[in-house]
Design a protein around this ligand. Structure first.
Ligand SMILES: C[S@@+](CC[C@H](N)C(=O)[O-])C[C@H]1O[C@@H](n2cnc3c(N)ncnc32)[C@H](O)[C@@H]1O
Ligand SMILES: Nc1nc2[nH]cc(C(=O)O)c2c(=O)[nH]1
Ligand code: SF4
Ligand SMILES: [Mg+2]
Length: 209
């Protein structure tokens, strides 16, 4: 008798806020074409979050990972960035499997407050003072991107630089509304500490998503 091997219960639908093909505006891949999948749900509560509409997990429709994969694939993209919201609050195993199986690179933007699930080609870790990150993400981060909202954020950023891998790329990104004030401080800091680089949200200057 043929026996059907059932796979472990995997999450095959996820709350999708939006998906779009654009230019990665931040960090190491800044300037590269990338398809963004923005999942709903976040409980970190950053006061300056630029996508607060993403926070309520129930406000976004459940969409199958295959649909998300097909839409990304149709764009012709090489890179898919999974963001949110806080994408790591969901089981991303099936989504990354579908993307990988179809030849796309998987990148994630995460605050690191939840352990990662899934297979990632690039992990951007952006820790937040509003909720402590999970230590498992320190060794998984390819890129550390700290948002600078006030002067105390430089010393706080250095604490994370000390615990990520030695080959992790280090970025300081001004909080958008504080850019005028913080950018000069970031520039001085990077000149004095050249292991860090400046990251700007260039999509906002280009008026693209
Ligand atoms: C909206 S978050 C979603 C992913 C995840 N929750 C996180 O915070 O990393 C995407 C990126 O935007 C950054 N970000 C959010 N609001 C910002 C703001 N007002 N100014 C600069 N960067 C911001 C976050 O730090 C993160 O690197
Ligand atoms: N163009 C563009 N680049 C981005 N890099 C990270 C983003 C995010 O919201 O996760 C983002 C975004 O929202 N748009
Ligand atoms: S963790 Fe990310 S999505 Fe959540 S509030 Fe902070 S910046 Fe926004
Ligand atoms: Mg954004």
């Amino acid at each position: 008798m043929a026996v059907e091997i059932k796979e472990k219960n995997q999450v095959t639908t996820l709350p999708l806020m939006e998906d779009f093909y654009t230019i990665q505006g931040e960090g190491f891949y800044q300037g590269s074409a990338a398809y963004f999948i923005r999942l709903g749900g976040c409980d970190v509560g950053c006061v300056w979050c630029d996508v607060k509409e993403s926070w309520d997990v129930n406000a976004h429709p459940s969409v199958s990972v295959d649909t998300m994969m097909e839409r990304a694939k149709a764009s012709g993209t090489e890179i898919v960035v999974v963001t949110g919201g806080e994408p790591a609050m969901h089981d991303l195993t099936a989504l990354t499997q579908a993307l990988n199986a179809n030849g796309m690179r998987t990148h994630i933007e995460t605050s690191g407050v939840y352990p990662l699930t899934g297979q990632w080609d690039w992990v951007c870790f952006s820790p937040k003072k509003f909720k402590e990150p999970h230590p498992s993400v320190f060794g998984q981060a390819d890129e550390l991107k700290v948002i600078v909202y006030n002067k105390s954020d430089f010393a706080w950023a250095a604490e994370f630089a000390a615990v990520v891998r030695p080959d992790c790329q280090l970025y300081l990104q001004p909080e958008w509304s504080k850019e005028k004030e913080m950018l000069p401080l970031i520039i001085d800091y990077v000149k004095a500490n050249p292991q860090w680089q400046v990251s700007l949200q260039v999509h906002k200057y280009m008026n693209i998503p």
